[in-house]
Design a protein around this ligand. Structure first.
Ligand code: SF4
Length: 466
């Protein structure tokens, strides 16, 4: 497999070179507009897409009207995101009518579903390129073919390949996202990910560490290790490694001061991992542990492979070892068959755990998943009512958790200007809490001590004290 992978990369390098030569003779460099939907994995895929485009001689723009190339990197997890992509594609028809040289591409999880790719092929004839998650590395060739022949489609689903050595155009310092594995084996009944991302494939520890060393040399102080279920990292490598072992090695890389990871399936969290997290100062004391629901009956229907009791045991173990851990979770409201009694069990788990934050959604039916065939109990109105009640309830808990920071001094890694107020800088605590404070731009990328002077539901405000 490794040899095949290298052959593919070499082939794509030739297309990069060809594209570059074409772009170099233009008066001005062509501009690419890349929009990303969905999760951190998708963001990382977009960084690799932008890396390849950069190598081909593209510059980047923020306004689709200025673009010579538009790429939507899509998400299939919820219907809303798909509808937004279709809306945006529809709107591009007019732009393409005015500028026939415009190339429009759609990639990512959404188009890895055959019926969506077909829909785009038939109804969105102004779209030039469609490529699924497994074909990302073939972007240079597809772009070349789209320019030569008009349209290029690639949604094949060989999922055994991991491509190393693709240029990555990263977000600005100080945080670098690094995938450690791709795909998922869990088949939660509501989730489309295993169908569009394939089975679990871990990168070798050497490849991950090489990338961590590279970003450390570039000045990144924090890395976020990414996978659909990082806790099962290495199981497919058959060499006795584990996620805990990988974390330990990543922490040894000079220059890396903070290590985070996403996402952890509760069924696979090991005592070894909890120990390593507790003992290693570089590993951020933040854990995103998706519970999805508080009712055993629904957890079983979701195929989550843990019970409420087992989940709460993990939370207890984690808090015994790391009392200050920042805990966050995902919740699905209105899963097929959920009753108001089941929903009350979810409310009670929120009450019991007191998460710092939750990411909650009303269940979205995904064609091709087992849950799409299950019967509903609650009406859309009831689901919305429950959802709103839960959000309100959690807001009070989140604010209460943040209140505990008032007056404390926190080490904050400065990320850049605050999104809401450019006069403030914004950064994160070790636990991942957003802190806004006044300070000079030169502090971006530094770890500073900030005294928390004001507390909001989703963020903290403070004053720098060193
Ligand atoms: S663990 Fe479940 S929810 Fe997460 S990606 Fe895999 S199938 Fe989807």
């Amino acid at each position: 497999m490794a040899e095949l992978t290298n052959i593919e990369i070499e082939k794509q390098r030739e297309y990069i070179q060809k594209m570059r030569l074409v772009n170099e003779v233009r008066k001005t460099a062509p501009k690419a507009f890349v929009e990303t939907y969905g999760c951190a994995q998708n963001e990382n895929d977009s960084e690799r897409i932008c890396g390849m485009l950069f190598d081909m001689g593209y510059e980047f723009c923020d306004d689709v009207k200025d673009a010579d190339l538009v790429i939507y990197n899509t998400c299939a997890v919820r219907e809303n995101a798909e509808l937004r992509v279709f809306g945006n594609l529809g709107a591009l028809k007019h732009l393409k009518a005015k500028k026939s040289s415009l190339i429009i591409g759609v990639c990512g999880c959404m188009v890895q579903q055959g019926h969506i790719a077909e829909q785009i092929k038939k109804k969105y004839k102004h779209v030039d390129m469609v490529f699924g998650t497994h074909a990302l590395v073939r972007l240079p060739q597809l772009l070349w073919e789209a320019m030569e022949n008009g349209r290029a489609f690639d949604i094949h689903s060989s999922d055994g390949e991991i491509f190393e050595g693709i240029t990555t155009k990263r977000e600005k310092l100080p945080l670098a996202k690094i995938p450690i594995m791709y795909g998922c084996n869990n088949f939660c009944t509501y989730c489309i990910v295993p169908y569009v991302r394939g089975r679990e494939r871990s990168r070798t520890m050497e490849s991950v560490l090489k990338e961590v060393r590279e970003v450390a040399e570039l000045g990144y102080k924090e890395v976020m290790l990414l996978g659909q279920n990082v806790n099962s990292y290495g199981k497919d490598l058959d060499c006795g490694t584990s996620f805990a072992k990988l974390l330990t090695e990543v922490c040894k890389v000079d220059g890396i001061e903070r290590v985070r990871f996403m996402t952890s399936h509760p069924k696979d969290i090991s005592d070894e991992l909890i120990e390593v997290m507790a003992e290693n100062d570089k590993i951020c004391k933040q854990l995103h542990l998706p519970v999805q629901c508080g009712s055993d009956r629904i957890l079983k229907k979701m195929n989550r492979s843990y019970t409420r009791e087992k989940y709460l045991d993990i939370v207890k173990k984690v808090r015994e070892k790391m009392p200050d851990i920042v805990l966050t979770t995902d919740i699905i409201v209105g899963f097929p068959g959920e009753t108001n009694e089941d929903f009350e069990e979810t409310m009670s788990i929120l009450r019991e755990v007191e998460y710092d934050m939750i990411f909650s959604f009303i269940y979205s039916k995904r064609k091709g998943t087992p849950a799409a065939e299950m019967e509903d109990c609650l009406s859309p109105e009831e689901k919305h009512k429950n959802f709103e009640r839960m959000v309100e309830f959690q807001n009070v808990i989140s604010k209460k958790k943040n209140d505990a920071y008032l007056g404390k001094c926190e080490k904050v890694l400065v990320e850049g200007p605050s999104k809401n107020n450019p006069e403030f800088l914004s950064g994160r605590t070790d636990g991942g809490k957003i802190v806004n404070f006044q300070g000079k731009d030169t502090l971006v990328g530094e770890i500073v001590t900030v005294k928390i002077t004001e507390v909001k539901t989703w963020s903290l405000i403070g004053e720098i004290i060193d």
